[in-house]
Write a protein of this length. Structure first.
Length: 213
């Protein structure tokens, strides 16, 4: 009888995960059950040293094809606090270069950024070289431009909740369409190159005209 009840409970939980997978966006609990990975660091308010200390120094490893296809069944567990997310109730804005992106069956698009800058609650976080952060975009809640799925090495700006994924890293969870965009401004080197070409253009055209004559 006990075995039957346990089996029934297991299949009910499995059925719930399968039915809800991909339809449930990230939810945040006060307590997480950490099976592997790293528990959320304690951050009281805007604790800049704690944020600096826990930023990733390498991009988050890409998941396997099997994991990518089965993620839809695990997100309900994450929403219940099993390997879940810790919401710090802090607003973050990151600007960085896209190093990789991946869309899983849970409808979450992950984008890993090599940070150029990071602001938390309007305060700039000093960064050393080689710091990374992950953006998790739940496509059941917001749409993103199709170029996000293809662009790499582009500079992206991401805004949203600062959270900790108990798999072991900080994430930013955008809350609306305007929270994810590409930075269209040219960097300083590009601007200098364009200015130099503009300055040389009259001489190039003049030389070309003389050659034709």
């Amino acid at each position: 009888m006990i075995v039957t009840l346990n089996s029934t409970a297991f299949f009910l939980l499995l059925g719930c995960c399968l039915l809800c997978g991909g339809c449930v966006g990230p939810h945040y609990t006060n307590h997480q059950l950490v099976i592997f990975g790293k528990a959320a660091p304690t951050i009281a308010g805007l604790d800049i040293p704690a944020i600096q200390k826990n930023l990733s120094v390498t991009p988050v490893p890409k998941v396997s094809l099997v994991t990518m296809l089965t993620d839809f069944s695990t997100i309900p567990l994450k929403c219940m606090g099993v390997q879940g997310w810790k919401d710090y109730h802090l607003y973050a804005k990151a600007c960085g270069t896209v190093v990789q992106h991946q869309l899983s069956s849970d409808r979450i698009l992950t984008v890993d950024l090599r940070l150029n800058s990071l602001e938390v609650s309007g305060t700039s976080i000093p960064l050393s070289d080689g710091k990374f952060i992950r953006a998790e975009i739940y496509r059941g809640k917001m749409s993103v431009d199709k170029t996000v799925f293809a662009q790499k090495d582009a500079v992206m700006i991401v805004k949203g909740k600062l959270v900790w994924d108990t798999d072991g890293w900080f994430e930013i969870h955008p809350q609306g369409r305007g929270d994810v965009r590409f930075d269209s401004k040219p960097d300083a080197s590009q601007a200098e190159t364009a200015a130099e070409l503009d300055a040389l253009l009259p001489a190039i055209l003049d030389k070309a005209f003389k050659c034709e004559l």
